[in-house]
Design a protein around this ligand. Structure first.
Ligand code: NAD
Length: 471
């Protein structure tokens, strides 16, 4: 039987598998599962050569149980109605899982990004924002986009600028989008947040001795052999932070091909090589792999797909050698492939958990924009003084002179980046513990994806019940 990829059906199957473990009314479950609204638009843009092109784009709002809805904007040729609806559904469950009080949404513009100049991309992004605003599909209290595949801070700054020009002095207008550059109302730590969250999630996983024992791995990230697919925002930062934690990067895949080095390769050297030559291939000391996707089958401990959906399928699931698959991308594993991996004892850290760091820090950015104050501004100096007072009192007790020197690192007050990173770390750790607790309650043969999804469904369903719509 050949496997047909239908992203929305895949997400629904994963939902149904988990919903069977809940006691919610079928009508309520149907409401939680379905996508509330999808806005399709097409608009013309002028190319640099003077020709006019019609662009197709979507915005899906999966669930309005909490507002605003939240989710990234993707620029890719894979974008279609079902893809944005599936990704919006994942956003609903992701937000619920990490207690970020948003409904799920996702946007997509169907373009091959590299075929457009910067000016063309700006015109497309601004027009897309205009269309969203026109239909109330963007705004601090209704729907707040963010970066996703093919977009980043630059696109977010075009979005906020367009929104500001249309919103006529709206007080909280900066909160209409997250992932902005820090100079335009962004927050420190957002750019790398998803990759950092991936690292924290993997660290939680590797710290559980019995799971590592079952996988015949030692505890801790140190020394674990890592393969990453996709060296974009998420893949690059996940690889960077895991390398800093002591993981050994044995393979990297990009669209132009893949490289492997069983004894490890240095991420920054590979990035510099790519910058210089335009490709990751022919990196000194590494072997080129004929097909980029061959990297998924490399001998390693942890595999991190961080590119797009539908990468681990029934075609390659049996050949995957990793003992842990960390889904940094959304939907990289099909449901049938998931079953094969589970049956083979592979531990899968599901997307709705592992890549939730991005939306978590987006939530912090949104809060910052609404409060109109940088995190740490009020208490930093106060904390520092209190710590210094304590240190001086301790010094006095020991008969030492209070120090006039600079405040030591451990005694300084928290800056925005410290607070963001600690909030992110706490969020990832708490959500992991909740998933493990759920797994224990449901029986240990339950997988992490099902346990995570049950937690998410429960949280969304309870909100609907509290709203009084469902008995
Ligand atoms: P990105 O555009 O920054 O990077 C994606 C990278 O993957 C690109 O370098 C691209 O060349 C590469 N790639 C594409 N197809 C490939 C293939 N077949 N093999 C190897 N490499 C390939 O995108 P991103 O923001 O890093 O997003 C990656 C994934 O993470 C997506 O699934 C996205 O939905 C998910 N995600 C992103 C965020 C975020 O904050 N950006 C948050 C949560 C989830």
């Amino acid at each position: 039987m050949t496997e047909q990829f239908d992203f929305r059906a895949q997400v629904n199957r994963s939902f149904d598998r988990a919903a069977a473990f809940t006691r919610h009314h079928p009508t309520l479950l149907a409401q939680v599962r379905e996508c509330n609204s999808v806005y399709y638009m097409s608009f013309p843009i002028k190319r640099d050569d003077g020709t006019i092109e019609v662009i197709e784009a979507w915005r899906a709002e999966h669930s309005h149980h909490r507002l605003p809805t939240k989710g990234g904007i993707r620029f890719s040729m894979t974008v279609n109605r079902d893809e944005v609806a599936a990704l919006a559904a994942l956003m609903t469950f992701k937000c619920a899982l990490v207690d970020v009080p948003f409904g799920g949404a996702k946007g997509g513009v169907r373009i091959a990004r590299h075929k457009y100049s910067e000016g063309e991309l700006e015109r497309i992004t601004r027009r897309y924002t205009f269309e969203l605003k026109r239909k109330n599909f963007i705004g601090p209290g209704c729907d707040v986009p963010a970066p996703d595949y093919g977009t980043g801070p630059r696109e977010m700054s075009w979005i906020v600028d367009t929104y500001l020009s249309l919103s006529g002095g709206e007080l909280n207008a900066l909160a209409c989008v997250t992932g902005k550059p820090v100079t335009q109302g962004g927050i420190r730590g957002r750019l790398e947040a998803t990759g950092r969250g991936v690292c924290y999630g993997i660290r939680e996983c590797c710290s559980i001795a019995e799971d590592m024992k079952r996988l015949k791995l030692s505890t801790g990230v140190e020394g674990k052999r890592l393969v990453v697919q996709g060296l974009g925002n998420v893949g690059y930062h996940a690889a960077k932070f895991l390398e800093e934690e002591g993981a050994v990067l044995v393979g990297i895949a990009e669209y132009e091909g893949a490289v492997s080095a069983p004894n490890g390769l240095k991420l920054e050297e590979l990035v510099a090589h790519r910058k210089e030559t335009g490709t990751i291939l022919d990196f000194p000391g590494a072997t080129n792999l004929p097909n980029s996707s061959d990297a998924l089958e490399l001998d390693c401990d942890i595999l991190i797909p961080a590119a797009l959906e539908n990468q681990i399928t029934t075609k390659n699931a049996s050949a995957i050698k990793a003992k842990i698959v960390g889904e940094a991308a959304n939907g990289p594993t099909t449901e049938d492939a998931d079953a094969i991996l589970r049956q083979r004892g592979v531990l899968i850290l599901p997307d709705i958990y592992l890549n939730a760091g991005g939306v978590t820090v987006s939530y912090f950015e949104w809060l910052k924009n609404l409060s109109h104050v940088r995190f740490g501004r009020l208490q930093k100096r106060y904390e520092e003084r209190a710590h210094k007072g304590l240190l001086d009192a301790l010094a006095k007790l020991h008969g030492d002179q209070p120090s006039d020197h600079e405040t030591p690192e451990f005694a300084r007050g928290a800056d925005e980046i410290d607070l963001v990173n600690s909030g992110l770390e706490e969020t990832m750790a708490v959500a992991y513990r909740e998933i493990v607790d759920r797994k224990t309650r449901l029986g240990n043969d339950i997988d992490m994806r099902t346990a995570a999804m049950v937690n998410a469904i429960d949280k969304v369903a309870v909100t609907y019940e509290e709203l009084g719509i469902f008995p």
